[in-house]
Design a protein around this ligand. Structure first.
Ligand code: E4P
Length: 215
């Protein structure tokens, strides 16, 4: 499974990139606004690190506006995936962008039928927001199971990108279901690395090593 960071923080992306576990980055207008930096500057820096998949979202709401933005974003770097919202205008824009060879990440997906439509118009990724569903009293992981099953039934090549991940159990569940990608905040990815027994075990090994005669 591919692991993506859901952030526009270049220092955080660099830190994870250096560990070798990072496969990509997703951003959204909220995450970009948090950084207080120019969007394209951030995108160029992340792509320059070598991150192979960097999702950048359009903010236009008409098909025409999405096409203009999407075409602009994709030429910034070959690693850019254009993020388009799941609306009727977004479906139309995705169909055109995909036919031009742009890889589209259809975002703000909350139902299996929406995911089916994203696959039909040729999206490269579909992003179901599971944490936001959980927040609303619906089991987000059931949606992932449904989408994975539907895509397998029809052999759609669209990859399932589990978004709005809140904790490591979401990552574990997504991996067990067979989702292609999970995108998560830095804090969640960092938690995947750690286990208290690893820390305790290492401390004990180092302590015992001091008793070994040297030289
Ligand atoms: C996905 O691409 C979105 O940026 C993201 O996962 C949304 O997560 P949130 O619900 O924590 O804002």
């Amino acid at each position: 499974m591919k692991l993506f960071l859901d952030t526009a923080s270049v220092p955080d992306i660099r830190t994870m990139w250096e560990t070798g576990i990072l496969d990509g980055v997703t951003t959204n207008p909220t995450l970009v606004a948090k950084e207080g930096r120019k969007f394209e500057e951030v995108l160029r820096e992340v792509c320059a690190l070598g991150v192979p998949s960097v999702s950048a979202e359009v903010v236009g709401t008409t098909t025409e506006a999405m096409l203009v933005e999407g075409r602009h974003l994709r030429q910034i770097h070959p690693s850019i995936y254009v993020k388009v919202p799941m609306t009727a205008a977004g479906l139309k824009a995705t169909k055109v962008l995909a036919s031009e060879g742009t890889r589209v990440n259809m975002t703000l997906v909350f139902s299996a039928n929406q995911a089916l439509l994203a696959a039909k118009v040729g999206a490269a990724y579909v992003s179901p927001f599971i944490g936001r569903l959980d927040d609303n009293g619906q089991d987000g992981m059931e949606l992932i199971e449904d989408i994975v099953e539907i895509y397998q039934n029809y052999e759609y090549p669209t990859e399932v990108l589990v978004a709005s991940v809140r904790h490591p159990v979401h990552v574990l569940q997504a991996a067990k279901i067979g989702a292609d990608i999970a995108t998560m905040p830095f804090a969640v990815m960092d938690k995947l690395v750690h286990h208290p027994l690893t820390d305790l075990g290492l401390a004990q090994f180092l302590k015992d090593w001091e008793k070994v005669p040297k030289g």
